[in-house]
Design a protein around this ligand. Structure first.
Ligand code: ADP
Ligand code: MG
Length: 387
């Protein structure tokens, strides 16, 4: 029997605001437990949430970049469940009326066998929500601790339609989405710090079948490699269960990277179980067309557009245009230098040679590279004289 794989991803992107989504406590990673948890994050009685304007702006920026509908009216809901790292007993999220609807993303896929190709998929929605805290094990022996520094960190959850057909396509999508949110400046995208986490919904069906199979959801995959490994393992597992005459039970599973396998965490709850209802502490979000237009006008030139322009305007090969636009910040320095110096091709050679080599050698984050384009342009003039 030939099987077809069906995958939909839900990605939690941490937004790059200074403070939390509903409180003034800083979003800061790596400090002593609970130093960034204020009365709102601790859910003290009477504490009220106040929405962070910057989180809404970043969600709008994302919606515009993927050609989605930005809702003029959206609502926060309470998602009720019990867990030690969730002191309120509910997470503030969006359910029926999310801030971003629809949209598309196009990305390159590099399959294990066969030629690379481009794929476009539809996004279902993106909604704002708060992150939970963290249980900490092993600090006090025999006990678990709770660290609420992360509680209330702003997240944008981005949901795709079930249109991905392989682990490679899922990875291609996730990489492109990651690059986009970093490019837009709405997330730092630091994967080690959990800024970008994917839940993979996976099912299989006989080739040619139009109905979807029962899916399992693998939670919290925080690297592209784990995403790929977890999906491939899960696909194999499901096929074996069905071919052995068994049935897939809808469930939430976790991936264990040490063992290279997924295991069941809980049978899947339905949205009914969360008893969603609008949060009475937060007014609906009203977004005026004027605000959307203002953000649209400030939107950075997207990478694909920049690449095309470098080829057209500067006469650079597609390869060079690709390399030069790996970081929006470095692309900006390149453009300024080329404008002062006047020869884009020579500037491009210096960037691809010296600037990128030094960035790599010093293991610098491209976003941190800093020099004056005027100085580099002067240097290029001198190098011309001496050659
Ligand atoms: P929930 O919010 O309960 O997890 P949704 O229906 O909103 O459920 O779907 C969540 C994700 O699962 C979406 O990305 C969707 O594309 C994907 N999905 C839905 N059905 C399937 C399926 N049969 N196989 C694979 N993915 C699926
Ligand atoms: Mg889900």
């Amino acid at each position: 029997m030939q099987w077809e794989v069906v995958i939909g991803l839900e990605t939690h992107v941490q937004l790059s605001t200074q403070s939390k989504i509903f409180s003034g406590a800083p979003c800061h990673f790596g400090d002593a437990p609970n130093v960034h948890a204020c009365y709102v994050d601790l859910a003290l009685p009477g504490a009220l949430p106040v929405l962070n304007h910057g989180a809404v702006e970043r969600a709008i920026r994302f919606g515009l970049a993927i050609g989605a509908k930005v809702a003029n009216h959206s609502v926060f809901d309470r998602k009720n469940y019990f867990y030690p790292d969730l002191p309120k007993g509910y997470q503030i999220s969006q359910f029926e009326l999310p801030i971003v609807l629809g949209g598309q993303l196009t990305f390159p896929v590099e399959p294990k066998t066969g030629e690379p190709y481009m794929k476009t998929i539809n996004l279902t929605r993106a909604h704002l929500e708060e992150d939970a805290g963290k249980s900490v094990h092993g600090i006090v022996s025999g006990h678990s601790g709770i660290d609420l520094n992360r509680a209330g960190t702003p997240l944008l959850e981005i949901v795709t339609e079930p249109e991905l057909r392989s682990a490679e396509e899922a990875v291609g999508y996730a990489r492109a989405l990651h690059a986009l949110v970093v490019w837009l400046g709405i997330s730092k995208g630091n994967m080690q710090e959990g800024n970008f986490r994917c839940d993979a919904n996976v099912s299989v069906r006989p080739k040619g079948e139009t109905k979807f199979g029962t899916r399992c959801e693998i939670k919290n995959l925080n690297s592209f490699r784990f995403l790929e490994e977890a999906i491939n393992y899960e696909v194999q597992r499901q096929i074996e269960v069905i071919e052995d005459g068994g049935k897939i039970v809808q469930a939430t599973r976790l991936y264990d990277p040490d063992k290279g396998e997924t295991r069941q965490m809980r049978t899947k709850e339905d949205s009914m179980d969360y008893r969603y209802f609008p949060d009475p502490d937060l007014p609906p979000i009203h977004i005026s067309d004027a605000w959307i237009e203002k953000i649209k006008a400030e939107q950075p030139e997207l990478r694909e557009v920049k690449q095309a322009r470098y080829q057209e305007e500067y006469g650079l090969p597609a390869y060079d245009a690709g390399i030069l636009t790996e970081s929006r910040h470095l692309a900006g320095l390149f453009e300024e230098t080329a404008a002062i110096y006047g020869n884009a091709k020579k500037t491009a050679n210096w960037f691809m040679g010296e600037v990128l080599r030094l960035t790599k050698d010093k293991a610098m984050d491209p976003e941190q590279v800093s020099f004056s384009p005027k100085h580099l342009a002067d240097l290029l003039v001198l190098s011309l004289i001496h050659i």
